[in-house]
Design a protein around this ligand. Sequence first.
Ligand SMILES: [Zn+2]
Ligand SMILES: [Zn+2]
Length: 125
Amino acid sequence: MKCFNHPAGEAVAICKACSKAVCVECVLESENGVACKQSCAKSLSEKNELYTLQAAHLKNIKRMNVLGSFFSLGMGILFIYFSSQGFGIVYDFIFLMGAGFAVYGIMAQLVNLAMFIKSKSTKLR
Ligand SMILES: [Zn+2]
Ligand SMILES: [Zn+2]
């Protein structure tokens, strides 16, 4: 295989960004992988930056899920506790609301747990 820029130069690597063959003169080994000097090295680091940003965003969403489920669980317990302080249709309604919150919180926790276990098992493979 020959270099994309130099037809005489033997290629030593494939650019990670544009998949073109590059010779010793054109190759640039960065922390993000092998790329063409100048043209692709920049776009590769930009891509990596975007990926890091998305990963951080995903982590935030997961954290929000955990917080949200704990919040629902707490609200549920609070509502159920409050409903036990009296009788009547209003207290029954509050109990139902509390039960709904608690069930939602438990379900969300289970989903988070399942996601956690799944991510662990895929990492092991
Ligand atoms: Zn390239
Ligand atoms: Zn070259």
